[in-house]
Design a protein around this ligand. Structure first.
Ligand code: FES
Length: 106
């Protein structure tokens, strides 16, 4: 289990223990975190799981592949900290990870 913190655009913070091996998106859905709809169920086809990874964490998580990059281009207001949370797999190394949700995902 690793502690993941999801911060909504309005500042509301949700910290949950997420089982290693699940995605950051699955951790949000299982804990009813508002703002991560995950319409495609994690198949990288919707971008409704878009998050901004806290800067100090960005280089500590596994890199995105080209498919994720393409989908992020279609997300709402992507920036250089954007990731699809369905593509970030939770592991012990991610204990304490913090992600922020975009304005549109409320
Ligand atoms: S859940 Fe659809 S792209 Fe991540």
């Amino acid at each position: 289990m690793s502690k993941i913190t999801y911060i909504e655009y309005n500042g509301s913070s949700h910290t949950h223990e997420v089982a290693n091996g699940l995605s950051v998106m699955e951790g949000a859905v299982q804990n009813n975190v508002p703002g991560i709809d995950a319409d495609c169920g994690g198949s990288m086809a919707c971008a409704t799981c878009h998050v901004y990874v806290k800067e100090e964490w960005f280089n500590r998580i596994p890199k995105k592949d080209d498919g994720e990059e393409d989908m992020i281009d279609m997300a709402y207001e992507p920036n250089n900290l954007s990731r699809l949370s369905c593509q970030i797999i939770v592991s012990e190394e991610l204990e304490g990870l913090v992600v922020n949700l975009p304005e549109k995902q409320t």
